[in-house]
Design a protein around this ligand. Structure first.
Ligand SMILES: *[C@@H]1O[C@H](CO)[C@@H](O)[C@H](O)[C@H]1NC(C)=O
Ligand SMILES: *[C@@H]1O[C@H](CO)[C@@H](O)[C@H](O)[C@H]1NC(C)=O
Ligand SMILES: *[C@@H]1O[C@H](CO)[C@@H](O)[C@H](O)[C@H]1NC(C)=O
Ligand SMILES: *[C@@H]1O[C@H](CO)[C@@H](O)[C@H](O)[C@H]1NC(C)=O
Ligand SMILES: *[C@@H]1O[C@H](CO)[C@@H](O)[C@H](O)[C@H]1NC(C)=O
Length: 376
């Protein structure tokens, strides 16, 4: 597990607005599965295509419910085990790493240019757990919770990071809410780590690099609505845009991040100027019903090349987490004759095939076997 503890004064921040929907009635594109999708189109402020899709659903995890009490000993927080076997399952562990780093190294630098924390903070696996959703009329049985608690002489916090640091451009969303004491930050963000071990003369450089990614505003808990909201961050070449319930919250274009990065979520407070102070015995929580992302990744094996024939969307779906096939781009009726065009050598039919069935001009659909016909 990485134990670096860089300054992280940036982050996306949670805010206002009433919870709205995600499952709206949308155009009748057919639901499909990821195996049928060559790429995923997003069309928020600009149209982008991403090679991969992942959906993490925390709404039906009753068998993993376990809400452990906070741990009042600093060292024991770092050493705490995962709160349930969900967090050791492949579904979770292939994608995410729960953190247990602490800020003692940063505090000992005694350099407010690098980090202005005034409170010892340790991240704990004990602060990330599956909890029953007790809302009236809850639209799920459970959610994940990330907790940060102020003990008498330190703060325990929660953070998880993507296993891969090769994400390069993505659209990541979560359905979440933040509640609790003031003086904490919760965040969903991308981050490019400085070298390990930390070279203190590079920390500032890393810190400057990070600061260029700062979104222009953040909101602390006291200002938070208790309502669920749909948070979305689109990081594309040249810009990063944050949305809350579909409304643009902020955009950076100048010095937007460019290099491959990790995806991170956290809930923390360190008594510094960014988080502010949390009073002893205070606690704050970020609760997450689901996380979804479409992304490109530079890791070996994750890079896709060639033409994307079956274009899918996670925005125009009627079912959160499941893509629809929108091959043919602007045409609202994929698979109607002429509505889309699979490229030469692309698939056009097959027993389990749900993609575009029309071939590009100059090619025709040729049977190869029951599962595969090709535009030739
Ligand atoms: C995204 O695409 C859908 C369907 O083509 C369209 O209705 C919607 O207006 C588009 N959104 C933006 C922001 O362009
Ligand atoms: C706190 O972090 C330091 C490195 O910065 C590490 O040496 C120490 O073991 C950590 N303490 C705990 C309790 O994890
Ligand atoms: C931290 O730095 C300040 C001045 O920048 C100094 O007064 C103080 O003694 C230092 N504290 C430690 C523990 O080194
Ligand atoms: C830390 O980074 C600086 C700047 O790149 C370099 O000059 C220095 O040698 C590095 N120190 C260590 C211990 O690697
Ligand atoms: C993602 O990768 C695909 C190639 O697989 C490329 O066509 C697309 O433009 C990339 N998306 C972004 C946002 O860079």
């Amino acid at each position: 597990m990485p134990t670096t503890s860089p300054a992280r004064p940036f982050a996306l921040l949670l805010l206002l607005s009433a919870a709205l929907l995600v499952d709206v009635a949308l155009a009748a594109y057919p639901l499909t599965t990821d195996s049928n999708c060559g790429c995923y189109r997003t069309n928020a402020t600009s149209v982008n295509y991403f090679a991969h899709h992942q959906f993490f659903d925390f709404r039906s995890l009753s068998q993993y419910v376990n809400v452990p009490g906070p741990i009042s000993n600093f060292d024991s927080n770092a050493a705490a085990p995962p709160t349930s076997s969900f967090f050791t399952s492949a579904t979770w562990a292939n994608a995410w790493r729960i953190q247990n780093w602490n800020n003692s190294g940063l505090l000992s630098l005694n350099n407010t240019d690098v980090n202005d924390a005034t409170v010892k903070m340790v991240n704990s696996p004990n602060n990330i757990y599956i909890e029953r959703n007790t809302d009236n009329g809850a639209n799920g049985q459970t959610h994940m919770t990330m907790r940060t608690v102020r003990h008498s002489d330190f703060q325990s916090a929660a953070e998880f990071e993507s296993a891969s640091n090769g994400y390069q451009f993505l659209s990541v969303r979560m359905y979440a809410r933040t509640k609790g004491s003031s003086g904490a930050v919760t965040a969903m963000f991308t981050y490019r780590p400085p070298p390990t071990p930390l070279n203190t003369s590079l920390v500032q450089e890393a810190d400057l690099e990070i600061r260029t990614r700062d979104p222009p505003s953040y909101v602390q808990y006291t200002n938070q609505p208790a309502d669920w909201a749909y948070y979305r961050m689109d990081w594309t070449p040249g810009s990063t845009t944050w949305y809350v319930n579909g409304q643009t919250h902020s955009t950076i274009t100048f010095q937007a991040p460019r290099d491959p990065a990790q995806v991170m979520f956290n809930a923390w407070s360190d008594g510094g100027s960014w988080s502010g102070h949390m009073s002893p015995n205070g606690a704050a929580y970020m609760q997450i019903q689901w996380i979804e992302m479409v992304y490109n990744n530079t890791d070996p094996g994750a890079v896709k090349t060639g033409t994307c024939v079956n274009v899918c969307s996670i925005d125009e779906t009627s079912k959160t987490g499941q893509p629809v096939l929108i091959t043919g781009g602007n045409n609202p009726t994929p698979n109607a004759p002429g509505a889309c065009a699979a490229a030469r050598y692309g698939q056009c039919a097959g027993k389990t095939y749900n993609g575009c069935k029309t071939c590009a001009a100059g090619t025709t659909c040729k049977f190869q076997n029951d599962y595969y016909s090709q535009c030739l």
